[in-house]
Design a binder for this molecule. Sequence first.
Ligand code: 13P
Ligand code: SF4
Length: 365
Amino acid sequence: MQSAPIKFERFQAENDNACQHRILAAREKLGRRLVILGHHYQQEGVYRHADHTGDSLKLSRAAAASDAEYIVFLGVHFMAEVADILSRPDQVAILPDMAAGCSMADMANLAKVERCRHELAEHYDFDTTFTPVTYINSAADLKAFCGEHGGIVCTSSNAQKIAQWAFSQREKILFFPDQHLGRWTGHKMGIPLEEMVVWDPDQPLGGLTKEQIDKARILLWKGHCSVHQMFQPQHIVNFRKQYPEGKVISHPESPFEVCRLSDEVGSTEFILKTVSESASGTRWLVGTELNLVNRLAERMKPEGKAVQFMSPLVCECSTMARIDPQHLAWTLENLAEGNIVNRIHVAPEEAELARLTLERMLAVS
Ligand code: 13P
Ligand code: SF4
């Protein structure tokens, strides 16, 4: 029988160990009605409870394939939105802490992207010249914008395939919100750097001239990830001096020079797979979020592989870290009592257009 929702305050002072027991007990009650999806950046205290772990693409597929009544997302807001969009209307997507956002996703919003479209439309027929491509790290209304304008969504693991599709539709791409992923993707496709220009949403015409836009193949939105921008070429240079035989692997949200100096560049899932499959004795410098790197380092130790974090500073995704054992225990106990807390629900009209672009992405990748 349904009761009043349990308040989070009752969990705030609870220690991690007690929360672990409460999580397990609530899971037991919920059984197959619940599925937990966990992104690789999550802290171990919640990550260990995930039924499926992965990068954004893998978790989108898991959400689309899930039959569970409740999809609890250990990730950030846009990931839970994607789970809501791709699941059936009778399934419920939940984010254990509503404050778990993505600072990069917040760097583009619909008002600014619409302004960009209007400014470009003064010089070009927007819908026949530009394919809008949004990184999955964006709000649902931007995915819907892409749906409305013949665009598509990409993730860090399929960006090149998606860009190929986008160029098969129109001559130019408007890529938001991550300039680094957009630039690296264009570079891998052989597009010269001068043909990829940064669109600054706070400047008239993005701070560009009409001639610059004429020549450009990709307009890169001026956005970035605050975690990955901490990695610097010097970190790689120092590592190579100390360990000339060492290998470097980075996430494509890292600055261009960092990606260029790396041996391998790819999504979180790609990073885990590549390091896991490398030969015993390999030493790795890894440019992505700290929780992933620490977990990987622990897992690789018995196999004789050394894994080290790229920056001397702590670079944690502080918003992802808001999903802690306390919030997970609170969420699951409420669900076990019949109370849905922190539901992420995208408005149906927006969800319909956003689903179109996400399904297009899944089909292309
Ligand atoms: P992945 O899709 O590679 O997991 O990346 C998601 C993300 O937010 C990285 O910062
Ligand atoms: Fe967003 Fe960066 Fe955190 Fe990824 S690491 S969720 S891009 S803030």
